[in-house]
Design a protein around this ligand. Structure first.
Ligand SMILES: Cc1ncc(COP(=O)(O)O)c(C=O)c1O
Length: 358
């Protein structure tokens, strides 16, 4: 018998997460993974140059890191769990809540990892789709009605990737208040939105606020994400968190140093928000292009007819990488998503797009 017969039935290569494609050339412009374009904050860079403790294991429960994050968001370290990126915190959620057949309510189009990751644990995705562009409105009653005794959790991504939409916070509050299951609020892009759901973690006993240092703090390669969990769950979260929270010593140290350099991070963020508004306005001036308002570090835009795949290919030929969503159920085949880079990178993208459209 083939060794593949021993693989759990939930694990299917065909259903694996589809990575954004890009190639490294000297002039590549990477605008397809919503990364920060900035180098480390000065304090983090200085730390990196002197770091020498890699022969020792990190602190088992990452208390120092959780304290630094707790200080940043205003919660006791006990309420914080971290992981190697927010994707790794999803693993904690799966360990806590998902057993085969349990349902996970999401609203597509949204972050693709939810519908690829939780089914690996036997979770069943229940999709309550967003309304049409340009509003991409949350189907509030639909989400509440989708919850039943078999629901493991609701996940709301706000602001939402890939649409950039910020759903009204009262709607998220209404979901939390009207269901008893956990509501995981993924606010990976909170710092770009001018608001956040942090107070939800105190107001609602079922709210879990998920965040990352990949975007605002520019630490995507270091992999540090975190969740703020309800008080009652704290002992269970500790039991479900892997040793060292899967965060390496150098990543924890870089994260702490970055959070000690908030002014530098906020200056970068402010430039990105200004650039986001410039890119959105410039896109809307191109013939046949419609760019939607965004509360994140990326912009989703619609292209004329069915030109998106061809335009993507032509941008790739110029070593400019943006994101396309060909999956039919997302209904975004005629759209592209561009991350906000440095001003020069954004201008290069806009010029290339104008050329390609002409
Ligand atoms: C909505 C959302 N959640 C989570 C993540 C994962 O972030 P991390 O780099 O912390 O794993 C992303 C990354 O793009 C995202 O867009």
């Amino acid at each position: 018998m083939s060794i593949t017969n021993y693989v759990r039935k939930e694990v299917s290569p065909a259903a694996a997460y589809k990575l954004a494609q890009r190639q490294v050339h000297a002039d590549s412009i990477f605008l397809n993974l919503n990364e920060s374009p900035y180098p480390l904050a000065p304090k983090a860079q200085a730390l990196l140059e002197t770091f020498h403790n890699g022969n020792r294991y990190p602190d088992f429960s990452q208390v120092e890191l959780r304290t630094a994050i707790g200080d940043y968001v205003g919660f006791a370290p006990e309420r914080i769990a971290c992981g190697a990126g927010l994707d790794d915190v999803f693993q904690i959620l799966a360990t806590l809540f998902i057993s085969p057949g349990k349902e996970v309510v999401i609203s597509n189009p949204t972050f693709g990892m939810y519908e690829t990751f939780f089914p690996l644990h036997g979770g069943v995705i229940v999709d309550v789709p967003l309304g049409p562009a340009p509003d991409f409105a949350l189907n509030l009653q639909g989400v509440i009605d989708a919850v039943n005794e078999n629901t493991a959790m609701v996940i709301v991504c706000n602001p939402n990737n890939p649409t950039g939409t910020l759903f009204p916070l009262e709607q998220i509050a209404e979901i939390c208040a009207n269901v008893s299951c956990p509501v995981a609020i993924d606010e990976a892009y909170a710092e770009f939105s001018g608001t956040d759901h942090l107070d939800f973690a105190n107001r609602f006993p079922n709210a879990i606020v998920l965040r990352t240092l990949s975007k605002f703090a520019g630490l995507a390669g270091y992999r540090v994400g975190y969740g703020i969990f309800p008080e009652d769950l704290v002992p269970y979260v500790s039991a479900a968190t892997p040793a060292f929270a899967n965060v390496s010593s150098v990543s924890a140290a870089i994260a702490i140093a970055s959070l000690n350099d908030l002014d530098a991070l906020k200056a970068n963020r402010d430039e990105q928000v200004a650039e986001r508004e410039r890119v959105t306005a410039c896109l809307n001036e191109l013939p046949g292009v419609v760019a939607y308002p965004s509360a994140t570090n990326f912009v989703l835009f619609k292209l004329p007819g069915d030109s998106a795949p061809d335009i993507l290919a032509q941008l790739n030929d110029r070593h400019i990488y943006v994101r396309h969503y060909p999956q039919p159920h997302l209904d975004l085949g005629d759209h592209l998503r561009v991350s906000i880079g440095l001003p020069d990178e954004n201008s290069a993208f806009l010029n290339a797009l104008e050329e390609v459209l002409a």
